[in-house]
Design a protein. Sequence first.
Length: 247
Amino acid sequence: MRLLILLMLSIVSAQAVVTITPVDIGAKPGISGTLKGSFQTKRGNTDSDEYSAATRIAYDNNSSYVVWTDVSFSYAKASGAAYTNKTYAHIRYIHKLYKENLDWEAFVQSQTDKFTKIQKRLLSGIGLRYHKVMQKYGSFYIGFGGFAEHIDYTTSIDPSEDNTRANMYIAYKKAFAKNMKFSYIAYYQPKIDTLSDYILSNSVELKVKMYKQLSLNFAVTYNQDSKPAIGIEKYDFSQKTSFMYDF
């Protein structure tokens, strides 16, 4: 275990990341949450500062619904010039339907990202989620729905957008031991009227408990936007590590 942690720390930069682990009704009754953050300063041959933080707060009534919110920000600069500047906020409400394994969900989201030229992205949507627990094999989730999206860009070259997108995802989680949990989620979000305009994302996460409520979280993310802002790459790849405190 120590070798695994040291290896991943050697190749991954430390910064906060919102956890991708699916939330289940009745898993943590009452109020619960997670805090994450990092700070790094370099002086001398390298002059840089990096800040990031994230939190998840959830309320579970232990019978029919759970509501949770994720909030995070990241900022970094080198030699006086910023190279990361983004925020993210997401609120989701999940409620049981008449079948035990079927839920309906509603969500709203806000984000900014200076370096993909997104001044503001707002969305709200609804959907259905089917989930199945298979004991030794973990928990599987399939979601389908849609959302309305508004985007303002930081340049006048890219016009504002108002889109309606389908929202499809698959997710998986499994606890390999009391101190190790694995999660995966993939989203496919095409525009309803232009299927060639889509957002695709994949995230893998490994959470390793270190001491009581303190854990290390390792995440790898690949995102693809088929039609990003002018001059922006179609894909983003990141590897992230963060300390997590659960309460």
